[in-house]
Design a protein around this ligand. Structure first.
Ligand SMILES: [Zn+2]
Length: 123
């Protein structure tokens, strides 16, 4: 099923992906433009830490306020057309399961707040 990739910082719909074709490690070419005729959402040589949102320029994927480095590669925010954003759990490349795991979103706004606080503390 095609899902819409949602930026975890600004909640913009920034790309599309096929949920059976996204595996760890995340690669920019797993994500297509949101609409035909638009550029792909990420630079082709970006790793997951530099997959920046084309709308807000923050890292678009993999935020986790409970992780020491605020990162968690295997979770991206996505939705189906007309649905609400959910965390999509990215499987390992050799994971044979065909089930798609999604979790309801409760944490994304808090992640953004934690990141801002962390930046201030670091100065
Ligand atoms: Zn964004």
């Amino acid at each position: 099923m095609k899902r819409i990739l949602v930026c975890e910082c600004c909640f913009s719909e920034i790309g599309l992906f096929e949920d059976t074709e996204v595996f760890l490690p995340l690669e920019p070419d797993m994500f297509e433009p949101r609409e035909h005729g638009f550029p792909p959402p990420f630079q082709p040589d970006a790793d997951w830490l530099s997959m920046f949102c084309p709308v807000c320029s923050s890292r678009a994927v993999g935020w986790d306020e409970h992780s020491p480095d605020l990162g968690r590669e295997n979770r991206i925010l996505a939705k189906v057309p007309g649905g609400n954003p959910e965390y999509f759990i990215v499987p390992e490349a050799d994971d044979e399961t065909e089930d798609v795991a999604v979790l309801p979103v409760v944490a994304a706004p808090a992640v953004k707040r934690a990141y801002k606080k962390g930046k201030k503390r670091g100065r």
